[in-house]
Design a protein. Sequence first.
Length: 565
Amino acid sequence: MTDTKPKDNFIRDIINKDLQAGKNQGRVQTRFPPEPNGYLHIGHAKSICLNFGLAADYKGKCNLRFDDTNPETEEPDYVRSIKEDVRWLGFDWEDREFYASDYFERLYGFALDLVKKGAAYVCDLTAEQVSEYRGTLTKPGKDSPWRGRSVEENLDLFARMRAGEFPDGSKSLRAKIDMADPNPLLRDPVLYRVRRAHHYRTGDAWCIYPTYDWAHGQSDSIEGITHSICTLEFEVHRPLYDWCLVQLGVHRPQQIEFARLSLSHTVLSKRKLLTLVKEKYVDGWDDPRMPTISAYRRRGYTPASLRRFCDEIGVAKANSIVDAAVLEHSLREELNRTAPRAMAVLRPLKVVLTNYPEGRTEELDCVNNPEDPSQGTRKVPFANVLYIERDDFLENPPKKFFRLSPGREVRLRYAYFITCTGVVKDPATGEIVEVRCTYDPATRGGDAPDHRSPKATLHWVSAAHAVPGEVRLYDTLFTKRDPNELEEGFDWTSNLNPKSLETIPEARFEPALAGAAPGSRWQFERLGYFCVDIRDSRPGRPVFNRTVTLRDTWARIQKSGKENE
């Protein structure tokens, strides 16, 4: 599913050449292969859009496969969340839901084939010893003492590994390649380890588990994948991917690597995201400050905005950091057209209109979305006691402050012009608790017969009709553009932003928002775009998450041509 014409990139160039050459009988089949050991994040969204998008554009197919070869970190809840996220983004794998664990028996059989060929052997070195024997980038490795075992002995030992005769970590099955290869990954990599761990799908049926490098390529081959699209860190794994498939003589997909997504002020390492959740730096995987797809959904992002973002940033061969403002721009472009407007006051300051009749209520017409006239208008009640933003009033304003102050006239959005005549203060603290004003009845609707025009227009809500609720203002989770860049001696969590969440418990909203549906998105006049929280909101007591501010930093950067501004 795509929203715009696909952009050309080097992956499409490869596929086009393959199709012209008649490779794979003209088929294009991709896969999205997450490991179910955490929730998907924005980097996975890029991979989802790329894999499913390519399949759709070339009238091919894209599989959803869970690479579940590490039973100690994988859970059914992660599988559920991954499927929910892929569907929410707008993609459908139809009947092609697969699991690497479905192939455990076949993978074991492939491993037996390697042993019979003399291309794999059982090794008694510990994991630490295997690493030690591997050597370095400048120093070749050395052979395991058990590298010369006979085929018969290896077959016997491998069968006994499967039968559970050996302790965890005491033996492994390794490919026999070349301990002096310049690529350390080809220095007899481990294919299987003895590991007694309960698997969420296969239970205790297995006590040996395949490594990712062994399972991934063969799973691709079993499924008939034509183009195995991976992120750039797997480029050094490609020779091993190809070696295994060539040794087995099975269908060989083409592995292609692209630069993974890195987003400013964000970490995308699953290990780090899991730390944030477990150490309670955030309130779960779907905390709106997190870069997970479920968090973006809860914060109010739309599937179309994420797809558009992934299309805009394109597919590259070199890693780089994308500014979070680009993602926000993709969302604003959509919400400006689609989100209905409403008025909300986050930090209420009471305004009393001394010349407006007490007990009187008017229903004023307010435009739902000036970008979309088809959304029509709504009625908003107006009375003599209102709330405005506390920041919109100063008793002693500086020179360039144009909002409400003593003696100054301002416009109330869709309502009247008002002029401040005085204030009421708390005698104990001196804090202003009430602003006294008069209104001009000739300016109903926000226009004056004499064409005068105040320099400020304020939003407001009627105090008698206002709905109380909570607002959560989110900022970036990290203070540094690249949180992974650390000064010596500092942990990455030292870059966490202590002001990433501000909770405002006693905001006031216009009456229409009392029944706003969970997940619905709104533009609060002058404040930004907000979404009704899908977890904590209650009827009559809504909770709104700020999705994004009104200010479009990326549009400003593009206009100025200064991307690093």
